[in-house]
Design a protein around this ligand. Structure first.
Ligand code: AHM
Ligand code: MG
Length: 294
């Protein structure tokens, strides 16, 4: 069975990039064991004004700490930090991350994940420039879904914490699952028309409220995950830099697509680190459909 280490080597990944991927993937085990002792809320808020679950802060501190100590990282932008953290100015790679996505689901024991993107140079770049993107999904198994810019692989963590290849050359099929964030009463006409159309064609609703988990089932079965613009927030909810770009890059590498509803999110040059964007991600046909909805 191919291990993550063997895969990184066979892919000729530059040393420092491989080390960063390895270091973050090694945090899955401590993060998993910390779930049980970090059930309560920290009582602080992140820069988007949302309550930070204690686990968010814990995972953020843990990953940021190991990246800083490693000396391989130039800068880190995290959903849980207001500003970009500068580390080693002579290092080649910078990391963007949502250390614990879907954290409101921890106390009900549903799946959550860690989202990571790695750029050469600084963090404020268009998503299409990513050198690697991956997410850890803490489900019945811990899995790591990764692209190095040429296809997508899924690894599963063994009892000895080694990641072994579960699936390679993953492709998003055309499928009919859909999951949409935002209250229906807050949706705009274009999105309502789109979802109503999917439902009329027999689409099945699947939405847990954890982006990583909801995307992972789209990757397997096909369909669309959406967090649309709403009457309250024209930018939707998800953050371009930490969430939308890494997952969107993976989707495109798996033969799918990602869009604001009008154009590919990977072309957006971020203006602010915590910038939000509407997102539609999944099967190519589903994304073409929203872009063609008037
Ligand atoms: P988080 O990073 O604070 O957990 O917020 C992002 C999450 C996504 O995982 C999920 O898709 C979305 O927010 C759910 O939002 P809602 O509860 O509005 O459906
Ligand atoms: Mg998140």
């Amino acid at each position: 069975m191919t291990t993550l280490q063997e895969y990184l080597k066979a892919s000729d990944v530059p040393g420092d990039l491989g080390k960063i991927i390895t270091l973050i993937s090694e945090q899955a085990a401590p993060i998993r064991s910390a779930f049980i002792s970090n059930q309560s809320y920290a009582g602080s808020t992140n820069s988007s004004g949302e309550e930070q679950a204690e686990m968010d802060t814990w995972a953020d501190t843990r990953i940021t700490g190991v990246l800083r100590e490693s000396g391989f990282v130039r800068a880190v932008a995290s959903e849980e930090q207001d500003e970009i953290t500068l580390m080693n100015p002579s290092a080649k790679y910078s990391v963007v991350m949502d250390p614990l996505d879907g954290s409101s689901l921890i106390k009900v024991n549903l799946c959550v994940g860690t989202i990571v993107g790695i750029y050469e140079g600084d963090v404020m770049q268009a998503g299409k420039n990513l050198k690697a993107a991956f997410y850890l999904l803490y489900g019945p198994m811990t899995t790591l879904t990764i692209t190095l810019g040429s296809g997508v692989c899924v690894f599963a963590q063994n009892a000895d914490n080694t990641y072994v290849l579960l699936k390679e050359n993953v492709k998003i099929p055309e499928g009919n699952l859909y999951g949409s964030g935002g209250l229906r009463t807050e949706w705009l006409p274009k999105h309502t028309k789109y979802i109503t159309g999917i439902e009329a064609e027999g689409g099945k609703n699947r939405y847990t409220g954890s982006f990583v988990a909801d995307f992972h089932q789209i990757l397997e079965y096909g369909g669309v995950y959406a967090y649309p613009p709403t009457k309250k927030s024209m930018e939707g909810k998800l953050r371009l830099v930490f969430e939308v770009n890494p997952i969107g890059f993976l989707a495109v590498q798996a033969g799918g697509a990602v869009s604001t509803g009008d154009f590919c999110t990977l072309d957006i040059m971020p203006q602010k680190v915590h910038q939000r964007t509407p997102i539609y991600v999944g099967s190519k046909g589903m994304i073409a459909k929203i872009e063609n909805t008037r």
